[in-house]
Structures are given as C-alpha cells and as structure tokens.
Design a protein around this ligand. Structure first.
Ligand code: F3S
Length: 322
C-alpha cells in the first residue's frame, strides 16, 4: 500500500560532511573550549549532537576567553568577524566549504578588475553577507522582478550566484539584467551554483513528478532545503517539509492519503472517507486499494541517519495499514 522512493542524493553534501568531520576532530583534539559563532551548518539535529560533544554555540565573540578555539562555519564568515577573532587571538578552525571559498575568490577577482559585482542570492544569508564584504558596494538580487531599468552605474558588470541558488532563478535574473540594462557594455557571468545543489534540484523535479507525496527532509533554516521544497511544490502540491523524526509525519500522511485516493478511485461521493470505510468501499467496488508512492529527498545539511529514521517511521505506518 505504501512504497518509498529514495532520491540518490540524500544525506550530507561533501562540504557539510567535511565541516562536521573537522568539527568532531577539533572537539576530540582540543584541550580548551571550542566555540562556533551561530550554527556551523544549518541543521538543528546535527548541532544538538555537536553540543553534546561539547561544542559551545555563542552569539557574540565578546565573552570568549582569549586564545579559545573558534570554528568558522561552512557557509563563510563576514570580514568583521574574522578581524574581531584575530584581535582576540582566537585559534581559528575554518570549515568553509571549498566550493564557497572558490566563489569568494571569483568575487574578489571581479571586484579587483573594477567590475560592478551582482550576487544572485538572499542578502540576509551568511554566505551572501560574506561575499558582500569582499566586494563592497555589490548588488544582491533575489528574483527577476527586482531588476529595474538601468540600475547599474558601471559599464562592466560581473554576475555570480549564491551556491544554493536555483538555476531557473539565476538564468532568469541574468536574462532580465541584459534586457533591462542595454547600457552595460561588458558582462562577466559565473554560474557559481554548486554541483551538489544542481543534482538535488534536478532530482527533486523528477521525483515530484513521479510520486504521490514528496517529503523534503531538512531544516526550515537551510537555504538549499527551502529551495528543494519550493521546486517540489511547484510540480507536486503534496510536497512537505519534514524536519525530524518527531515531526508531523503521521499527520501529513493521513491528510494526504485518504480523501484524494477515495476520489481518484471513483468511490461514491459523500465527503471524506476514513481509511476503513475507504478500504471497504474499494472492496465493494471490486478494487484493491492502490499503492501510495512516497518520495524522499534531503537537504545538503541533513544527515543520512535522519533520513533513515523517517524511512523507518513510514515503514511502521505501512505495517499498521496492512
Ligand atoms: Fe558546499 Fe554546495 Fe554543500 S557549496 S556546503 S557542497 S551545498
């Protein structure tokens, strides 16, 4: 009655896996306290585990004893934080994803070449804030409709993207910039969406189209998870975010499964049928209850064990439905 279709890309991306490994190693090796300014990655379940291993999360560097260890997060750090940390002589452990570092280098290069830098991304996200520090005066654009006529004062522009941006938004923004700013003479375009993001976004499209219910596992604070959710929902309305194993999973499945199938099997109308009534009606009509396909994909900062917990929970439900 229930079958699970797992995406190929589940669990941590390479950048997050590397970051978590370095943090764990640092916690084992360090004699003193190890801090991180805000979450190292955007997943509360993983942060909870790291805290249990003695990682201290702080919101400010002010209270840190000099020469403590500070982990710099996977999405990069703004310059003021780096300067303050150096002033306090903190031991820095940088877990910035190598791909994010590469985008930072491109950003610096464009700025040094005298181009006006445009970042296609969310200006509130730490990754974009760090890029803005590297190219003072850079523009951030999140959606095509934000682009007005002739907004750029330079004749040469360089466009990059947040690593977790969607291809559709990036290309739509680039094309609108070109349309609305004919005065710009030179345009350097770097598609800096990371490969892991591209693969997951391609996969979520296919999955959303081939299952009855799609579950995107990850945190509501994770940029790449939110984008997967958004892409999935455009294709399949029954796409839901599941943050952890204690989440509203049963409620989601219950709500999504019963009424829609009752209608789709031509069971006599009369409102929403409860599951036993549904099965009874189907049998009466000489039909078998159909199989529900549940698709599962995860954000890049969701650990594999969390996905497995969700699969286990769905399997338990499957047993109950037999
Ligand atoms: Fe890095 Fe891409 Fe993951 S930028 S942290 S590999 S989502």
């Amino acid at each position: 009655m229930l079958s699970v279709k797992l995406a190929k890309n589940i669990g941590f991306c390479s950048g997050v896996r590397r970051a978590v490994n370095i943090v764990e190693e640092t916690l084992i090796q360090s004699n003193g306290k190890v801090y991180s300014l805000g979450p190292v990655i955007h997943n509360p379940e993983v942060i909870k585990q790291l805290k249990e291993k003695n990682l201290c999360i702080t919101n400010s560097l002010d209270n840190l004893e000099d020469s403590s260890t500070l982990i710099l997060p996977s999405h990069g750090s703004p310059r003021n934080i780096l300067n303050a940390a150096k002033k306090k002589k903190l031991k820095l452990v940088d877990v910035t994803c190598p791909y994010v570092s590469l985008v930072q280098k491109i950003c610096v290069l464009l700025h040094k070449q005298g181009l006006e830098v445009i970042i296609v991304g969310d200006r509130k996200h730490p990754e974009v804030r760090a890029l803005l520090d590297l190219a003072p005066g850079a523009y951030t654009i999140d959606k095509p409709k934000d682009i007005k006529e002739n907004i750029f004062s330079y004749k040469k522009i360089g466009i990059i993207s947040q690593t977790t941006q969607t291809k559709d938004v990036f290309f739509a923004v680039v094309s609108k910039i070109l349309q609305k700013n004919p005065n710009v003479l030179e345009v350097h375009i770097y598609n800096t969406i990371c490969l892991d993001t591209v693969h997951r976004q391609d996969e979520v499209k296919k999955l959303a189209d081939s299952v009855d219910i799609l579950l995107v596992i990850g945190s509501r604070h994770s940029a790449n998870t939110k984008r997967l959710l958004c892409i999935g929902r455009k294709i399949n309305k029954r796409t839901h975010l599941v943050e952890n194993e204690k989440a509203n999973l049963n409620k989601i499945l219950k709500k999504q499964m019963e009424p829609t199938r009752a209608i789709s099997h031509g069971v006599p109308k009369g409102g929403i049928l409860k599951r036993p009534q549904l099965i009874h009606s189907l049998k009466g009509a000489g039909l078998q209850a159909a199989e529900y396909k549940i698709g599962l994909i995860s954000g890049a900062s969701t650990p594999q064990w969390l996905v497995k917990q969700i699969v286990r929970k769905i399997n338990l439900r499957k047993e109950k439905l037999k």
